[in-house]
Write a protein that binds this ligand. Structure first.
Ligand code: MFK
Length: 583
């Protein structure tokens, strides 16, 4: 009699592993979007470059990214005899990533302006497919881009060489930059928390003394940083207007560190392949770049670029997990069918795909604006929308991507929780995107400040762009009138309600306002994509998105932020001392 238990079958089944493939070839939505945004001959050129880079990512870069993840940096602080070394030891793969980044022109392609106003679209499309395979080398590249932008805006001839290195394609010349802003007392509140001081030297240069608490890419070649210039009596001005922006080289001519002590490397939840250090600046040579007291405004040039990279990172994490989950769904059988055949699973994937598409159109709208601005073609309306939507895109995509990536892990069942599949790292690494470059709350307030500084014109500019552009959508497809009307109504309500708030009321609702702006702007862009491409999936996505757009009136009316002075006690049962509940 045959045993019901077939020994020979034990151990012969293995889960089919998800394959990444060429991440550009696999992203049809991105291809359609680029085709729509670019003139035909430029698209043809960029498309073939991205196909090539996608193949290189599949064959060479992604394995190196995994190697970076497996070999995090370490700090060799002293030699056996106690002499200070402060050596940040990075992996072979991390170093190789720097060379590849230069060769690929991940920063350079934004500055060579080969495609004029479209150059930034090319650059950010590259970043989008590169980021999740880069072992987080995308972080130093983001800051390098931000530093290059800052130098370009400042137009100081004495820094031409530094600029040319930041934007070089030659690995032997290429320099990366840090952005050392965060101090122990000042993560979000840089203006009041920055303690680093700058002492002027007789030759006009400065020496910096301070402690930088989170310094991403500690192994960078240069860094932009903030410090307070002290006067002859040793006094430094407090607050934002006391801050100036400096450029420093991390090493001296002889290769030794520029009086920088690497106190420790941070032990982080994710982004472990990226060296993030605590640095003591102890007489570090630096040069003043901004006007004295204009440090925050000056470094904002950098911040607005790194925030676009942050947005890119969040979207690319969504795209990466979706590409893997899509592939896996077609391989994994469950209850007798491939899981790609189950409507419930498809519905889950559809929501993930939708978030990713909404983020992608928002990013490329901003990147398009950036290109126009740099080509001197941006209108005042575009400038205002760019300023308004940059923090919105960052906070919106960062927050929403965490939900998508978490859902993505679930698509693999238990395998999504197993470290050596590489899948959990997508989640761990992405958790930084809502935090660095300004948290969700800080960026919601930044958006409000942009509105306030423009005396409301930023909102009105978005509204008039919506009216005009959605009008064009309806011209092409009358059946989209209700969807367009819905977005216009939400924007109108938002402006009407927001304009009646006291400052403190608006601040307490800043998140709601920011997410509403993100949903409305993405909705318009998804509709434009749908009517231009006439793709049924783009149309489906746009309709699905708009159905789910938040009812602003309801949300703002029902919002019940606790605004009184004892608000903390209201939430936490009199924790601070005002009892407000009884057992
Ligand atoms: C793949 C992902 C790659 C990403 C890599 C990133 C790695 C980097 C890691 C980090 O370094 S994370 C640390 C980042 N830190 C932050 O993002 C700080 C968050 N806090 C803020 O953003 C605060 O809003 C801010 C420090 C800017 C507030 O400072 P202030 O001095 O209280 O701001 P204030 O008084 O509103 O603005 C001063 C000036 O700057 C004003 O100019 P004017 O004097 O001419 O009016 C503002 O208009 C201007 N400004 C501020 N933010 C701006 C801006 N201008 C343009 N854009 C902005 N975003």
């Amino acid at each position: 009699m045959r045993s019901a238990f077939h020994h020979s079958k034990i151990g012969t089944f293995f889960q089919a592993e998800p394959r990444l493939g060429n991440p550009y070839a696999g992203d049809q939505f991105l291809q359609r979007l680029l085709k729509r945004l670019l003139p035909a001959e430029i698209f043809a050129d960029i498309h073939s470059d991205l196909m090539r880079l996608g193949k290189r990512i599949e064959d060479e870069i992604d394995p190196l990214g995994i190697e970076c993840e497996m070999n995090p940096p370490s700090l060799n602080q002293t030699d056996p005899w106690g002499k200070r070394l402060d050596e940040v030891v990075t992996s072979r793969a991390w170093k190789r990533m720097k060379d590849i980044s230069a060769e690929e022109g991940i920063v350079a392609s934004g500055y060579e302006r080969k495609y004029g106003e479209y150059s930034r679209i090319h650059q950010f499309a590259k970043c989008l497919i590169f980021h999740p395979s880069s072992g987080l080398y995308s972080c130093p590249l983001a800051m390098t881009d931000g530093a290059a932008k800052t130098l370009e805006v400042l137009k100081l001839p004495q820094y031409n060489e530094v600029y040319s290195r930041l934007t070089s394609r030659d690995p032997s010349k290429f320099w990366s930059s840090g952005q050392w802003m965060t101090e122990r007392r000042g993560g979000s509140d840089v203006a009041n928390g920055t303690e680093t001081v700058a002492v002027k030297q007789t030759d006009g240069s400065y020496k910096l003394f301070g402690y930088k608490w989170f310094s991403s890419a500690t192994d960078a070649d240069i860094s932009l940083t903030l410090a307070r210039i002290v006067d002859d009596k040793g006094h430094a001005q407090e607050g934002s207007s006391g801050l100036s922006m400096f450029l420093l080289k991390t090493r001296k001519e002889d290769g030794s560190l520029n009086n920088i002590h690497v106190m420790k490397l941070k032990n982080k939840l994710g982004t472990r392949s990226l060296p993030t250090g605590e640095l003591l600046l102890d007489s570090t040579d630096a040069e003043l770049l901004s006007e004295p007291g204009r440090g925050v405004a000056c470094i904002s040039n950098m911040l607005n670029i790194t925030r676009l990279h942050n947005t890119t990172g969040s979207i690319s994490a969504m795209r990466r997990v979706i590409l893997l989950a899509r592939d896996y769904s077609m391989k994994r059988s469950c209850f007798g069918s491939k899981i790609s055949e189950y409507p419930l699973h498809i519905d889950t994937l559809a929501d993930m795909e939708l978030e990713c598409r909404a983020g992608t159109v928002l990013l490329f709208e901003l990147v398009r604006f950036l290109g126009l601005q740099e080509a001197g073609k941006a209108t005042e309306e575009e400038e205002l929308i760019f300023r308004l939507l940059t923090p919105v895109a960052k906070l919106f995509t960062a927050k929403r991507s965490m939900g998508v990536v978490s859902e993505g892990l679930e698509c693999f069942g238990g395998q999504g929780y197993i470290e050596d599949t590489g899948i959990p790292a997508i989640l761990r690494n992405n958790q930084v995107t809502p935090i660095w470059e300004g948290t969700t709350n800080v960026l919601s307030l930044d958006m409000l400040r942009a509105v306030a500084k423009s005396r409301g014109k930023a909102f009105l500019s978005l509204q008039s762009a919506l009216t005009r552009r959605l009008g064009n959508v309806v011209e092409k497809r009358k059946d989209l009138q209700p969807a367009c009307d819905r977005l216009l109504k939400e924007m109108e309500t938002l402006i009407e309600m927001a304009s009646k708030f006291e400052v403190s009321e608006a601040m307490a609702r800043a998140r709601i306002i920011a997410f509403a702006v993100g949903e409305i702007a993405s909705g318009m862009l998804l509709l434009e994509q749908a009517v231009d491409t006439e793709s049924p999936t783009d149309l489906h996505a746009a309709r699905r998105w708009i159905k789910n757009v938040t009812d602003v009136q309801k949300k703002l009316t029902e919002a019940d932020p606790v605004e009184s002075t004892n608000s903390f006690d209201m939430v936490f049962d009199g924790y601070l001392g005002t009892p407000n509940s009884k057992l």
